[in-house]
Design a protein around this ligand. Structure first.
Ligand SMILES: C[S@@+](CC[C@H](N)C(=O)[O-])C[C@H]1O[C@@H](n2cnc3c(N)ncnc32)[C@H](O)[C@@H]1O
Length: 213
């Protein structure tokens, strides 16, 4: 796994098998904050949040959420297939105040509970582990697989329907992709879809919510 510096000074990694980086080269930390966390408006939601980090990887989206939620109660479920990545987390520094908490979880059987924070990683194929998540319990979903071209299985209508199932009625899903196929599949799964922010590129990210009418 080759570490690479992104333009905001935070590290990402190159995955040789997939042929992609784990984060945007324009800024790994910035991507987590601006494409995944800020559009969720976590601070407008009530206490005791439950978040789902799909494709947990190096945990940047979870770290950015925890940094934003300092002092609040939050439970995070992460879905990740690659234990090699999870076991590498304690060996790198990432520019998030909460990252030591995530690093401790990785050496504690992928679980950690402290001061109102509870992190638990379900290791395995997300298409299977998502079935362990009860319906209607999630406030926010961060959907962060490799690209639809490289990893189409995690962008299918079938998988997105599972994400719809676990989301609360006022829940929100954020993802970096604005691919037409992704948005079409989100709509078929039942989501209302709108543009997220444009972060250092012309195309927006995507925000998806349940149609509560
Ligand atoms: C773009 S990276 C995610 C980056 C991550 N959010 C972070 O902050 O580092 C995609 C991740 O999806 C994981 N992945 C690939 N296939 C998967 C599957 N079927 N189920 C769960 N995770 C998978 C990869 O191991 C990789 O860590």
């Amino acid at each position: 796994m080759k570490a690479v510096m992104t333009q905001d000074g935070s590290l990402t990694f190159w995955n040789d098998t997939v042929g992609e980086h784990y984060h945007s080269m324009t800024g790994a930390k910035e991507e987590a904050i601006r494409k995944f966390i800020e559009p969720c408006r976590l601070n407008q939601k009530q206490d005791d949040l439950v978040l789902l980090d799909v494709c947990f990887g190096w945990g940047y989206n979870t770290a950015a959420a925890l940094d934003a939620l300092h002092g609040r109660h939050v439970a995070i479920i992460g879905l990740e297939i690659d234990e090699q990545v999870l076991q590498s987390i304690p060996h790198y520094k990432a520019p998030f105040h909460s990252y030591p908490f995530i690093q401790q979880a990785m050496v504690n059987h992928y679980q950690k509970r402290i001061d109102g924070w509870n992190l638990s990683i379900l290791v395995g194929d997300a298409r299977m582990t998502i079935k362990q998540v009860p319906s209607g319990m999630i406030d926010c979903i961060f959907l962060d697989p490799f690209s639809p071209r490289k990893m189409p299985d995690l962008w299918t209508t079938e998988f997105l329907q599972e994400l719809y199932r676990v989301l609360k009625s006022d829940g929100i899903l954020t993802t970096y992709s604005c691919a037409r196929s992704v948005r079409d599949n989100l709509r078929t799964a039942g989501f209302l879809v709108r543009d997220g922010p444009c972060v250092r590129r012309r195309g927006p990210s995507t925000i998806a919510e349940k149609d509560r009418q």
